[in-house]
Design a binder for this molecule. Structure first.
Ligand code: 5GP
Length: 199
């Protein structure tokens, strides 16, 4: 069985990554979402073990010491990290694994797993990003400014990615995402074994 592919999706807070991820998973069931560990408090609509593993700082530091995280970063005063064991298990089982992570972590993945497909999701405009962040109603105003400031830096990192998607209509973004994944799966490295079977 072919190993699954790692898909890294980054983009500023509020751009609509989770909506896109949810829609994508409906179209393509053989993708597993990588559930991160975070020290950030849980939001009302979030579920432990599904949205995130919500952990204390002590627990997070313990995971770091045990080398249990493939990458990690501090974002808006909280730690976030990708547990490596479930990710490698899913890849070995042939699942594609999707990571919704910010650029500091994404660059660590790019260095450690150069085959990862790197996708940056940008907002249609700056005003729209502010509107979406405010409209979500779960982030206090001072945190919104912090996240917009963070977004400016994140945009400077977009050149490190292979693809840029514009977060307009969800269906459109998912269509482009599926096109990327189809093209990636046709790459020689993923298809050459088929030819070898014929020889
Ligand atoms: P939020 O707090 O809004 O859920 O996420 C804040 C930022 O942290 C988002 O940009 C999200 O992509 C990123 N993030 C979520 N999980 C991880 C992770 O495991 N590692 C890294 N580096 N960033 C993450």
């Amino acid at each position: 069985m072919n190993q699954g592919q790692l898909i890294v999706l980054s983009g500023p807070s509020g751009v609509g990554k989770s909506t896109v991820v949810k829609a994508l998973l409906q179209y393509k069931p053989k993708i597993q979402f990588s559930v991160s560990a975070t020290t950030r408090p849980k939001r009302p609509d979030e579920e432990e073990g599904k949205s995130y593993f919500f952990v204390t700082r002590e627990k997070f530091e313990e995971m770091l010491q045990e080398d249990a995280l493939l990458e990690h970063a501090e974002y808006a005063g909280n730690y976030y990290g990708t547990p490596v064991a479930p990710l490698d298990k899913a890849l070995a089982e042939g699942y594609d694994v999707l990571l919704d992570i910010e650029p500091q972590g994404a660059l660590q993945i790019k260095a450690k797993r150069p085959d990862a497909i790197m996708i940056f999701l940008a907002a249609p405009s700056w005003q729209e990003l502010r509107r979406r962040l405010t409209g979500r109603g779960d982030t206090p105003p001072d945190k919104i400014e912090l996240r917009l400031q963070q977004a400016r830096w994140e945009y400077t990192q977009a050149t490190e990615y292979e693809y840029i998607l514009i977060s307009d209509e969800v269906e459109h973004v998912v269509k482009e995402l599926l096109a990327i994944l189809t093209a990636e799966s046709c790459k020689v490295k993923n298809r050459i074994s088929l030819l070898k079977e014929e020889l």
